[in-house]
Ligand binder design. Structure first.
Ligand code: SAH
Length: 258
C-alpha cells in the first residue's frame, strides 16, 4: 500500500484539497489525528474499512500498520491537521517508509495560519511593512532551539505567527512588547474555520487579559506584527507593484495615453 500523508485543512471540511479528498475516498485504511482533524471528513471514506484515531496511538503502533499492510494493494490515508509540513510529525513517518521501502506521498493542506489570515481578511506580506512571515512556537515538551528564541525571531519585526503557544500568551506579550512596541496590533484566532471560530484583537499590552477573559487555552494561533495595523487602519501600507498602473510586468504592459 501507499501511505498518503494528507493535510485535512484547518477544520472546515471544505478546505481539504480535491486530491486529499479523492485519496480518502479510495482509501483502504484511514489513520487520522483525532485531536484536530474534523471527523466530518471521515464520512467520505468507505464504511467498511478500518479507521484508526492516531491520538491514542504511539509512533510504533502507527508504523506497524504501515508495515503490516505493505504487500497489499491500495492506500493508507494518514490524515493530519492543517498542512502536514507544519508541526505535523511526518518526518519520522516518511523516514520509516523510506527505510522500509514503503511507498508514500504527501498531499498538502491548508494550514491553520492561512485560515486565520483569511478569517481576519489579512495579507501577511504588506509592501513597505513586512515581506516575511515567521512561523514558530514557544518551547513546550518540544524545545525551541536557543538560536530561535522569541527575542531573536522578533528582532526582524516581521509578521510572527505562533502555534502551540496560547497558554503562554502573557509571557509572549511581555517578551515582544519592548521589541515590537506595546501598541503593536495582534490577533488571536481560535479554531479558525470551525463554526465556533473566535477572533480576538488587541495589542501586545492588553492581549493576555483579553485571551484570559475569553477563556481560550488551546487550538489558537497568536499573530503579531505591524501588518495587523490593517485591521484598524486601511491603506497604511504601500500598494502592491503587481497592480500598480505605473508598473509593467510579464503579463501586463503599462498603457500610457499619448
Ligand atoms: N499542521 C497544523 C498545525 C498542527 S500544530 C497546521 O498546519 O495548522 C497544532 C496547533 O496548530 C494548535 O495548537 C494551534 O496553535 C494551531 N491550530 C491548528 N488548527 C487550528 C485552527 N483551526 N485555528 C487556530 N489554530 C489552529
Amino acid at each position: 500500500m501507499i501511505v498518503a500523508f494528507i493535510g485535512a485543512g484547518p477544520g472546515d471540511p471544505e478546505l481539504i484539497t480535491i486530491k486529499g479528498l479523492n485519496s480518502i475516498k479510495k482509501a483502504d485504511i484511514v489513520i487520522y489525528a483525532g485531536s484536530l482533524v474534523n471527523p466530518e471528513i471521515l464520512q467520505y471514506a468507505s464504511s467498511d474499512i478500518p479507521v484508526y484515531n492516531s491520538a491514542g496511538m504511539d509512533y510504533k503502533e502507527v508504523c506497524r500498520i504501515y508495515a503490516e499492510n505493505r504487500e497489499k494493494e491500495g492506500i493508507i490515508a494518514r490524515i493530519h491537521t492543517g498542512d502536514p509540513s507544519v508541526y505535523g510529525a511526518i518526518q519520522e513517518q516518511i523516514d520509516f517508509c523510506r527505510k522500509e521501502n514503503i511507498p508514500w506521498e504527501v498531499i498538502p493542506g491548508v494550514s491553520s495560519f492561512q485560515a486565520a489570515a483569511a478569517a481576519l481578511g489579512q495579507e501577511l506580506t504588506l509592501p513597505g511593512v513586512s515581506q516575511t512571515v515567521v512561523l514558530s512556537r514557544i518551547s513546550g515538551r518540544t524545545a525551541v532551539p536557543e538560536k530561535e528564541s522569541l527575542e531573536k525571531l522578533a528582532g526582524t519585526r516581521s509578521s510572527l505567527i505562533l502555534f502551540l503557544s496560547i497558554s503562554q500568551i502573557e509571557k509572549i506579550c511581555t517578551v515582544l512588547s519592548p521589541i515590537y512596541g506595546k501598541n503593536t496590533v495582534c490577533a488571536v484566532v481560535y479554531r479558525a474555520s470551525w463554526p465556533d471560530e473566535q477572533i480576538i484583537m488587541g495589542t501586545l499590552e492588553d492581549m493576555a487579559v483579553r485571551v484570559e477573559e475569553a477563556g481560550i487555552t488551546k487550538q489558537a494561533l497568536i499573530m503579531i506584527g505591524e501588518v495587523f495595523r490593517a485591521q484598524k487602519e486601511p491603506f497604511f501600507y504601500e500598494f502592491s507593484k503587481l497592480y500598480d498602473p505605473e508598473f509593467s510586468h510579464g503579463w501586463r504592459k503599462v498603457s500610457r495615453k499619448s
